[in-house]
Design a protein around this ligand. Structure first.
Ligand SMILES: [Zn+2]
Length: 178
């Protein structure tokens, strides 16, 4: 692995779980990822195995979690299936402002809205994967790839290798492609 900034060979760093803030969620920690340090310019990089699959798995796990979805979790699910806030608002039957207030934690969605968001996500994810997602949900539960402890989400990113997700062609922007 060479530094993207200066081209120097980077050192592998032994570290604990990686706090994955780039996901847009502030409580996700990844195990089984490799971090690199540049000895020259101090640039840091992280190599995440199968990032697209990781996001799908994470989204499915979040959609199944107990308790209310947090604002950033709603946003994560919505983006994972490529729904603009306006489209989600129409599907749920609220204004786009409500979606924005939920996502920014200015207001808590009701129990029934919370469930509806999960159903819509599930439907959209099935559309995206072009298959039922039951077996993925079962695999997730059995393999304990994602665990929710208190407010923290731990993901064993290394286990992604063992989870087969049907052919998902994904663009660099994260949208699925035909
Ligand atoms: Zn460097």
């Amino acid at each position: 692995m060479k530094c993207a900034e200066c081209g120097t060979k980077m050192n592998e760093v032994e570290k604990g779980p990686y706090h994955y803030v780039e996901s847009g969620l502030d409580n996700v920690y990844l195990y089984g990822v490799t971090e690199y340090n540049c000895p020259k310019c101090k640039n840091k990089m992280v190599r995440i195995p199968r990032p697209f699959q990781l996001h799908i798995i994470l989204a499915i796990a979040i959609s199944q979690k107990e308790g209310h979805l947090s604002g950033s979790e709603i946003r994560f699910l919505r983006k994972e299936v490529g729904m603009p806030a306006k489209a989600l608002a129409e599907a749920v039957g609220v204004t786009p402002q409500s979606i924005s207030r939920w996502e920014n934690e200015k207001e808590k969605q009701s129990e029934s809205h919370d469930r509806l968001i999960r159903y819509i996500f599930r439907f959209m994810m099935q559309e995206r994967l072009k298959t039922t997602i039951n077996y993925l949900e079962d695999t997730l539960k059995q393999a304990e790839v994602v665990s929710f402890k208190n407010k923290r989400v731990d993901v064993n990113a290394d286990q992604m290798r063992f989870i087969s997700i049907p052919n998902v062609a994904v663009c660099e922007c994260g949208a699925s492609m035909e």
